[in-house]
Design a protein around this ligand. Sequence first.
Ligand code: ZN
Length: 505
Amino acid sequence: MIDSTPDAYQKVVEHCRQTALLGSVSSVLGWDERTQMPVAASEHRAEQMTLLAGMIHQRSVDPQLGRWLEELENGHAAADSHSDRATNIRILKREYDKAARLPQALVEELTRTAVLGQHVWQKARETNDFELFRPTLEKTLELKRQEADALGYKKHRYDALLDQFEPFELTENVRTVLNDLRKELVPLVGAIAQSKRRAPIEILGRHFPAARQEAFGRAVAARAGFDFQRGRLDTTAHPFCSGLGPQDTRITTRYDERFFPSALFGILHEAGHGMYDQGLRNEAWGLPAGLPISLGIHESQSRLWENLVGRRRSFWQHFLPLAQQSFPESLSDVSLDEFHFAINDVRPSLIRVEADEATYNLHILIRFELELALLEGDLPVADLPAAWKARYREYLGIEPERDAEGPLQDIHWSFGAVGYFPTYSLGNLYASQFFDAAQAALGDVDAQFAAGDFVPLLGWLRENIHRPGQCYSASELVQRVTGKPLSSGPLLAHLRQKLGPLYDL
Ligand code: ZN
């Protein structure tokens, strides 16, 4: 049977590709702002970005787009619901309906509060003054409740906010999986803190000249599979990865000459994000079938390369000799075992972004539990600093003295990103689960890594994770690729397997 609406689909494709083009223009400006732009240009840049954001928003709520999508949705259903066409219609309609449910006045109020919120937060953090930030956070939470109510949800208000970063994911599921993780992780981290064995981290704080770090980082990223013909590496204060278009993926890092892991693992992390973007299908660009699934799945790719590959012993069997050639004065006396232990150092700390692979998820759990309680009104904002300290004591055995190292340390809440934090841990969980599946399919990955061969792993990721775009939701993809739903088991097994021998547990 011939589909009754070929024109409408073609029109939707053209419309959305053009919207995506505007989005990629905005990304170029955003990349430039963070890497090259002179400070004085910020006001003009803000005007350019606001203009583009307005144009993009208008196009995404265009009533004509809504009519086409409606016609397509009611039309002849595609035989394969995971085909590009069916995916594009399903996801675009869902996004259109969500955008249409938000009142213009609320969108503007959210935007205004987010811009002001970041300024207030910055000041509050600098002066360690939580009271200064409190009214802003209260207002933000009130607006997020209104936003969630406008968007709609079945069970939890938080579902509506989580969905903006991790589409189709539900609060209840995240809570269950993260609780499972916590029950095992808190005692594991506690046992490590009690262990007599200590990682020789002194070797990582020797002198590593920035220029040589950059050359080494580039070589590692290229060997892992980041395509420098279709990408760049630049320097910024806050590292990021930005996909500017189908053949243009930019990553950034920062160099600390007295701490080797920061740039190298930062590059591997961002290159992991970048390889995901480079693995999406060009012909589907600008439409859901050619877009990343979710923040959690994106983070799974960065964490997989950073932690599961980059902190693995076999990876350094290949790269340590090269690192020793690059930094002979700092690494020539270091053994593979010492180096491997040093880069897998675990210790409870107060700052999320500096946390190690094991304790990191406890930082996320604390934020997830607290923002859930804040949103649901179970925790008054005024009580947040005390609640923060209590959770840190309970999960990590330490607590911050200053709120700047407590609830004021992260920027997220200041611009209204409530529901964002769990995607970091989801990324870690997905990464372990995917890596196990890749290992089962590829055989002896350690022999491959030790030989500097990452082609099989990247090929597997391309085929199974990158190329499908949004044709599967995150939970469908996990089930499809690993045969199981999301679970904390693989991450816990991976941590135990690696850290048990290192810490003599
Ligand atoms: Zn990331």
